[in-house]
Design a protein around this ligand. Structure first.
Ligand code: CMP
Length: 139
């Protein structure tokens, strides 16, 4: 398995959690293409996942099956051992392998206790496919 998660399950989101997720979606180049209905589905279907300091959430070069939104805590992105960026609440990561079907482009490690919203590739595909099916039915 790719991750060392402690817990992972779909949960109801509070108003402030929903607001953080929607803002994160809107400021991400890739996810901002979702329309309001798809955004609402994404909010609904995101699962929660918790990590301890030092846990490697994503390993550079591995196969990717999930993307993440930081709910709380700090993570560090590294590439070939070089620090690239610190991620905090409202940041999206792990979307590249899902979008481009490529291997993970960087390693992402928890610096603190971290709470993440996560979505598997298959769930993301369902949101996109569901929409194009509806569009076709309208023609
Ligand atoms: P992915 O390649 O799926 O997994 C590693 C993630 O790290 C990647 O998606 C991006 O979300 C993130 N990432 C990769 N390169 C950078 C960078 N230069 N700055 C910030 N984040 C990055």
């Amino acid at each position: 398995r790719e991750t060392l998660e402690i817990t992972r399950n779909r949960v109801k989101k509070t108003v402030s959690e929903t607001s953080l997720i929607v803002k994160a979606i809107q400021k991400n180049d890739f996810l901002s293409r979702l329309d309001d209905e798809q955004t609402a589905m994404m909010v609904d279907l995101l699962a929660v996942s918790n990590f301890k300091p030092g846990d490697e959430v994503i390993t550079e070069g591995s196969e990717g099956d999930s993307m993440y939104i930081v709910a709380a805590g700090e993570l560090i992105v590294t590439q070939a051992g070089q620090d690239l960026r610190t991620l905090t609440s409202g940041d999206v990561f792990g979307e590249l392998a899902i979008l481009y079907n490529c291997k993970r482009t960087a390693t992402v490690k928890a610096k603190t206790v971290v709470r993440l919203w996560c979505m598997e590739r298959q769930t993301y595909r369902t949101i996109i496919t569901n929409k194009s099916k509806k569009k076709r039915e309208q023609l």
